[in-house]
Unconditional design. Sequence first.
Length: 227
Amino acid sequence: MDLWTCHLGTVEYREAAALQERLRERVIAGELPPLLLLLEHPAVYTLGRRSDPGDLPFGEDFWRAQGIDVVRTPRGGKLTYHAPGQLVGYPIMPARDIPAFIGAMESALVRALAEEGIAARGRDHEGPQFTGVWVEDRKIASIGVHVSHGVSAHGFAVNVANDVEPFHQVTACGLPGVRMTSVALETGRPGGLTCFRKRAAYAFAQAHGMRQRIVAPARLGLAPVPA
């Protein structure tokens, strides 16, 4: 089976959430095959279903005044942060066995990171608060999904070249004191998002036993990515 993989560039979080729902309806209806959307978001804190009020110190208005939006989402997990330089992946595809689906996502990211020379691992077996991908005790990728009618939305976010300090100003992932890292911090090489995006997409398709087929946004009825 083909996995249509589409690079969308930078998309505002609320717009991306609405887009996922529209595309999920088409996947459920059989109008589209499984999809993997790859993109970046402007700076935003997102709150998952298990988020607590204390995860976001000082309240939402304070952070918006600092130029960081705040959005509540239906995905699993707790608070996380998105920003340019971070690779966000939204698989919109059948996900009947959610633990296995998340495990395959983790293993794909571990493989892609290994190709960057980074030894990473999944820790979801230690409890839901540890879902994601870790380098020793530092978290490099967050995962949170929402499944409706057996089809997923939301997905993963890998810190590649983004500033991780905004994670440390809140209670990220529901883990007080958690330290975040990135591909750039671990390797000492700046940038690299384009290359890592290709590696992550290929590894994701392989982890799910699918053939990657790269499609332009227009194939999904979307506007082209700005040059």
